[in-house]
Design a binder for this molecule. Structure first.
Ligand code: 5GP
Length: 120
């Protein structure tokens, strides 16, 4: 899928619309999900035009790939989730119900999260 620069996370990255930011560096921006599914629900997005994990890992420079994943770990620590635990998740494509076509990793925590997938 071609990257659409009008997607909502691209606008957040360009600071055209606000977000409740928790972390930013040269590689990533992390902010609270607008519709949280857990007491802590933060999204981490790479600074670059990537739709999916496959797209990102194939096309992004190594420094950005490493920097992005390091940022996810830093944010989990920053949110004080190491002790009790947390879940990370990235939806890609229609079957996964990806709503925003800019790669993002969800970080969930703050309560027991139950089984990995809800039975459909
Ligand atoms: P997806 O289904 O694509 O993995 O998840 C997209 C997530 O982005 C959803 O959890 C949704 O609540 C969140 N989201 C959508 N629009 C906005 C927004 O404008 N601001 C923030 N902070 N989160 C958003």
């Amino acid at each position: 899928m071609d990257y659409n620069p009008d997607n909502i996370f691209a606008k957040i990255l360009r600071k055209e619309i606000p977000c409740d930011q928790v972390f930013e560096n040269d590689f990533a921006l992390a902010f609270k999900d607008i519709n949280p599914q857990a007491p802590i629900h933060v999204l981490v997005i790479p600074k670059g035009d990537y739709v999916s994990m496959a797209d990102f890992t194939a096309a992004a420079p190594d420094e950005l790939i490493a920097g992005f994943f390091a940022a996810v770990g830093k944010v989990a620590k920053l949110l004080d989730l190491e002790k009790n635990g947390y879940r990370i998740l990235a939806n890609s494509g229609d079957d996964a119900h990806q709503e925003v076509p800019h790669l993002h990793i969800h970080i969930f925590g703050g309560r027991p999260l139950g089984p990995m997938l809800t039975r459909l």
